[in-house]
Design a protein around this ligand. Structure first.
Ligand SMILES: [Fe+2]
Ligand SMILES: [Fe+2]
Length: 340
């Protein structure tokens, strides 16, 4: 396709016989940099000129906007019709990898895209309850999510920017995303962390609570304290996760991360009661990030705490639970991102 220049108001433009709607509620704005040159559009693209919505590029054509980039930069927003929102989101999901690495796209926009697409994917995966265990498609999507998370978080200021979007209302899927983001950030800050371990531990973090999909919602969402039987059931979720992942070629690093995320540094955790350096470093980091995110999220039985309050509870009231050196590292990473 050749991208047209809007010559002015063209209320009748579009496919033959169709009219361009001029109702504001029929459109939503998008950042122009999310339209990548050379990709094919799954949707029509509109501009606003004065009070008019004008068709700029038609669905099915290749965006060849590169030569016109300068011209494009004068455009602060493109518009997409509400009925093509799904097609736009599909386009984003396909091209997200490139967008996250595109330094031309503001970090805020990259973070927003990463968050929208990742949380949508995790929500779908966790809602399916995975009756036959983790399937190929979900596993691949999880791997892609972790790779993209690592790519985005390797950029300066990304955690700060991303933290603005992370949800603090507790759901297993949003908690899993938050914990994955934090775990990757803390591990990336440790010297000598190799890329394979980082990736596998990130995957473990994304999947760490997947065992909760097998625990009844009444127990997960109970507003009061759990009774003994419910508590015993809840404590099975790290082991259940391994059953759910059994048919996938999951590495021992990811397995350990999942299995040991409720172990405590003083050995009083579960399921194994192992302690100290017997718990792999990435699982110690995951356990810190897990508790920090739970405390700073609004749960059925507790209000969300401010970051500094959550950290002070972890340090004072939960003495012995965490590796003190890694706790300091978490504080440093959060401070660097200006979260605390
Ligand atoms: Fe857990
Ligand atoms: Fe968790």
């Amino acid at each position: 396709m050749t991208v047209r220049h809007p010559a002015g108001p063209q209320p009748g433009a579009g496919s033959p016989g169709s009219k361009v709607s001029q109702r504001r509620e029929d459109y939503f704005p998008i950042h122009p940099r999310t339209i990548l040159p050379g990709t094919a559009g799954l949707f029509d693209l509109y501009l606003k000129r004065g009070d008019w919505f004008v068709l700029y590029a038609k669905k099915g054509e290749h965006f060849t906007i590169e030569p016109k980039l300068k011209d494009l930069l004068d455009v602060s927003e493109f518009y997409i019709r509400v009925d093509q929102r799904f097609d736009y989101e599909t386009y984003l999901a396909r091209n997200l990898g490139n967008m996250l690495l595109n330094d031309q796209l503001p970090m805020e926009e990259r973070s927003k895209l990463f968050y929208q697409i990742s949380s949508g994917m995790l929500k779908q995966s966790f809602a399916s309850k995975l009756p036959r265990g983790l399937d190929d498609k979900t596993y691949q999507a999880m791997q892609l999510l972790v790779k993209r998370g690592i790519a985005l978080l390797s950029k300066e200021e990304s955690l700060k920017s991303l933290s603005e979007f992370l949800s603090h209302k507790y759901h297993t899927y949003s908690h899993s995303l938050n914990v994955m983001v934090l775990t990757i950030s803390v591990l990336q800050s440790l010297s000598g962390m190799d890329q394979t371990t980082l990736f596998e531990a990130g995957l473990g973090a994304a999947l760490h609570d997947i065992g909760k999909t097998q625990i009844p919602d009444e127990v997960i969402n109970k507003s009061g304290p759990l009774n003994q039987a419910e508590w015993e059931m809840m404590k099975t979720h790290p082991v259940r996760a391994l059953g759910i992942c059994a048919s996938m070629p999951i590495s021992h690093v990811a397995t350990n991360a999942i299995l040991f995320h409720h172990e405590r540094f003083d050995g009083a955790g579960y399921p194994g009661g192992i302690g100290g350096e017997g718990i792999p470093v990435y699982a110690r980091v995951l356990s810190l990030c897990d508790v920090y995110d739970a405390l700073t999220s609004e749960r059925p039985y507790a209000k969300a705490l401010a970051p500094y309050k959550a950290l002070s509870i972890m340090q004072e009231d939960m003495k012995g639970a965490f590796d003190p050196a890694l706790f300091k590292r978490l504080v440093y990473v959060l401070g660097n991102a200006r979260i605390v």
